[in-house]
Design a protein around this ligand. Structure first.
Ligand code: ZN
Length: 581
């Protein structure tokens, strides 16, 4: 290994094998695709549209990803091909999702062996190759990345490139599927033809797609020609368990359908995603629920309270749990918490939506770091979810004790929101509108609400109720009353027992006294036993007998203080034990 030096000090280098190792952080292929989507979504690129396709180039299955964002300069592309260089900053309040400067590398290399990137920015057009096969073939000891910057002249007819990029161009033409400059030019032009608006953008092509042990690509392109799905074989390998029937099972569609996953990828979608030519119907997940209620989480480690939206899944009662976002991006979906983990109906059908910007992300963004903060958050979410579930049930039972559980009813979202195809703003629609019946291309001017009927009008604040308190948990009042009732009952029982014990003690004393009296009379030589009044003796024995009945009944009562049924018996015995007068 040749040592590179800087000021006489050796530089650390990366072995090409690292590319594969680095990609293994994504255990799930969609998380790798999401990295590429995030890059286009982030404010430095700020794309409005993102196209995902499967194509065949020179007989090879390829995945292509195209955005109409700002495009990359030579320097930006070199940074994207390097490790840990992330200088993304928030723009107009939009926070970048990428923070580690690793998304493109780990994501693209998880999907396939090789990638080529075409990009058109305002300044120049660039082509770069990020390829494991290439590095292997040339026997590279370090990761080298051929990049060429072009200047397109005379209506893009000629390509001019700098002399220093000559070696890069030669390698790209030799080791990529594109063998001539003209072919590269065609691909650069394809960026513009895909994007209806704007002249800048980036096109990523990934080939040598990852295959399963049986030689098939891990994606199923056949099942649905407008979707990219994870094959059952791959699903089972990832989850280490056989996959139940998809149509009827509790497996959320987002786990195996890219289209379903992309529809919930962002808490508030601001970019259109088009998969295999068909637009993904994005949704505002927190508005798509029924019986929505807002609660708040106040962790000690954050200064402000964090809103949580609870509601019922309107599509399937078997898909429930917490949807956890981080800076607008979905990290964990349908995470079951608290009572939902028990094998009963508690929390069935309930969805919680929370944006946890205060938690740390794992590198692959598939998970949060399992810290104390994370565990506390999950515990708290479990408690709050159960409270919501109890409240809905309580209210429903109050209205109609014979009503069927909410999860088993047909539900519609509480609110309807539509996204304008042109300005991508979200508009609230009047109640009663069925969003599934809206036209494929919906625009602001179709909005029935005149106040928001134009693309130049700002969005209405979605979270205008953020300063409101949490919903009222009325079931708790009922629970408190119930508790008080029980407490009062317990006290009454205790008093009864104490009274009986006292009566018993009195009886015992009386019996003792009677015994003593009897003994005195027996011991006295003057007294004849025949003179002892028979009735008095009999009365004493009867009393002694009856007091023992009281004793045994009392011990029964003491054993089960809550059992009120034994109490009337005691009082009846008590009346029996009263000395006959
Ligand atoms: Zn609009």
């Amino acid at each position: 290994m040749a040592t590179q030096m800087e000021r006489g000090v050796p530089l650390s280098v990366l072995c090409p094998k690292f590319l594969h190792a680095n990609s293994t952080s994504h255990t799930w292929p969609f998380s790798a695709i999401a990295e590429l989507i995030d890059n286009a979504y982030d404010p430095d690129v700020s794309a409005k549209q993102f196209w995902i396709d499967k194509t065949v180039i020179k007989g090879q299955d390829c995945l292509t990803f195209v955005d109409n964002g700002n495009g990359l300069t030579y320097e930006a592309m070199l940074k994207m091909f390097s490790f840990g260089y992330s200088d993304k900053i928030a723009v107009n309040g939009l926070e970048p999702i990428g923070i580690y400067g690793n998304g493109f590398k780990s994501g693209s290399m998880r999907l396939g062996q090789d990638a080529i990137v075409f990009s058109k920015s305002e300044k120049a057009s660039c082509v770069g190759m990020f390829s494991q096969s290439y590095l292997k073939e040339i026997g590279a000891e370090q990761i080298i990345v051929p990049i060429v910057s072009f200047e397109l002249t005379e209506q893009d007819k000629n390509i001019l490139y700098l002399e220093q990029h000559k070696a890069s161009l030669k390698d790209i033409l030799r080791y990529s599927p594109f063998k001539t400059q003209a072919e590269l030019l065609t691909e650069i032009r394809a960026i513009n033809s895909t994007c209806s608006t704007g002249t800048t953008g980036t096109r990523i092509i990934i080939w040598n797609l990852r295959k399963t042990s049986t030689g098939l690509t891990e994606f199923d392109f056949m099942k649905d020609c407008y979707d990219i799905q994870i094959s059952s074989e791959v699903y089972e390998a990832i989850n280490d368990k056989p996959q139940p029937e998809r149509t009827t099972s509790s497996i959320p569609e987002s786990e195996y359908s890219l289209r379903a996953y992309c529809s919930i990828l962002y808490l508030k979608p601001r970019m259109q995603i088009i998969i295999r030519g068909q637009k993904v119907k994005t949704q505002l997940i927190s508005k798509s629920l029924a019986y929505i209620a807002k609660d708040y989480y106040r962790p000690t480690f954050v200064t402000k309270r964090i809103p949580i939206t609870f509601g019922y899944n309107t599509k399937s009662k078997d898909q429930y749990g917490i949807m956890m976002y981080h800076k607008n991006r979905l990290i964990k979906a349908y995470e079951r918490v608290g009572c939902q983990l028990k094998a009963n109906i508690s929390g069935l059908g309930v969805i919680g939506v929370i944006e946890c910007n205060f938690l740390d992300l794992s590198q692959s963004k598939e998970n949060f770091d399992n810290t104390d903060k994370y565990r506390k958050t999950i515990t708290s979410l479990g408690i709050k979810l159960e409270e919501y579930w109890k409240e809905i049930r309580f209210k429903r039972n109050k209205e109609d004790p014979n009503s069927i559980p909410v999860e088993d009813t047909m539900k519609r979202p509480d609110q309807n929101w539509a996204q304008c195809d042109e300005c991508l703003r979200w508009r609230k629609l009047p109640d009663g509108i069925d969003c599934s019946l809206l036209p494929e291309k919906w625009l602001c001017h179709m909005n029935p609400d005149p106040q928001f009927r134009s693309c130049v009008v700002d969005e209405e604040p979605e979270d205008s109720d953020d300063d409101r308190p949490s919903y009222r948990k009325t079931y708790k009042q009922q629970e408190r009353e119930e508790k008080l009732k029980q407490e009062r009952k317990r006290k009454r029982t205790e008093e009864d027992i104490a009274n009986l014990a006292k009566q018993n003690e009195d009886l015992r004393k009386e019996r003792e006294a009677l015994k003593r009296k009897l003994n005195e009379k027996t011991v006295s030589p003057l007294a004849s036993p025949r003179n002892t009044p028979r009735s008095s003796l009999q009365g004493g024995a009867a009393r002694a007998k009856s007091s023992s009945i009281v004793l045994s009944t009392l011990s029964q009562a003491a054993c089960s203080p809550s059992s009120s049924s034994s109490l009337p018996k005691i009082s009846s015995v008590h009346s029996l034990s009263t000395p006959p007068r």
